[in-house]
Design a protein around this ligand. Structure first.
Ligand code: C5P
Length: 242
């Protein structure tokens, strides 16, 4: 079944303040419904950024990659849920107790209709080399670890994970079709790869089982961000997905 591409595209608002964020959202207009607020923008613009996006009718992925003790992670997640975030993420490496406590707190405190999706970071693809003498992980080794952590997250109650492109098919197979995969490292046809190590096109990611795709620099550094977003929506139109 094909889905509305506007429900799939998440634009990474990787800018350094609320004014720049508002400007970019205005320029993109109706070509994007979902925005990702990451560490840079949240550190400069704070909760007002989420409020600004919600006031404009947008959906928000609060990509703060929570990683702390269970009490702290769960309470921070609840604050983000109360702000109106639609997706919140935490590190699966924060552990079973942090995940289950956060799932339980959101279940208890949020209305079913407005409860955000809680998703897990499997592996940071940029952190595959932890020591100066390490050999970087291969895509295969990284995918095996990502699948293992995704399955742990699923059993602990997460509704999905952030999935590196080489791990998408394996996570889909292990965790089933109801588990939601958010896939960064997406490059529209013909655009620069930049510092991303493993990339996929919008259509190939969706066909492989992405529920959402995250696109940053190809849109937010473009002269015509709305035009690039429109092209990405077109690339995904009619693609069969789960
Ligand atoms: O499309 P672009 O490379 O600019 O997107 C980068 C965004 O995706 C950043 O906000 C980054 O946090 C996120 N991300 C990533 N690679 C991962 C996971 C997340 O680039 N493996």
């Amino acid at each position: 079944m094909a889905r509305d591409p506007r429900d799939i595209l998440v634009v990474a608002l990787d800018v350094d303040g609320i004014d720049a964020a508002r400007d970019l959202v205005d320029r993109i207009g109706d070509q994007a419904l979902w925005y990702k607020v990451g560490l840079e923008l949240y550190s400069s613009g704070g909760p007002d950024v989420v409020r600004m996006l919600k006031d404009q009718g947008k959906r928000v992925f609060a990509d703060l990659k929570l990683y702390d003790i269970p009490n702290t992670v769960s309470r921070a997640a609840l604050c983000l849920a109360n702000l109106g975030a639609d997706i919140i993420d935490l590190h699966i490496q924060a552990g079973w107790d942090a995940i289950t406590k956060t799932v339980t707190l959101l279940d208890e405190e949020c209305d079913a209709a407005s409860r955000p999706d809680l998703i897990g970071i499997t592996v940071l693809t940029s952190a595959t080399k932890l020591d100066e003498d390490d050999q970087p992980l291969t895509a295969e080794a990284m995918a095996i670890e990502a699948v293992r952590r995704a399955d742990l997250g699923r059993r602990a109650g997460l509704s999905g994970v952030v999935a590196p492109t080489p791990a998408v098919a394996g996570i889909r197979e292990k965790c089933g079709n109801d588990f939601k995969l958010l896939v960064p490292g997406i490059r529209p046809q013909g655009s620069a790869i930049g510092d991303q190590k493993w990339v996929a096109t919008p259509a190939s990611a969706v066909a492989a089982g992405a529920c959402w795709i995250v696109v940053g620099r190809p849109i937010n550094q473009a002269d015509d961000p709305a035009g690039v977003a429109e092209k990405i929506l077109e690339e995904m139109t009619g693609v069969e997905c789960l």
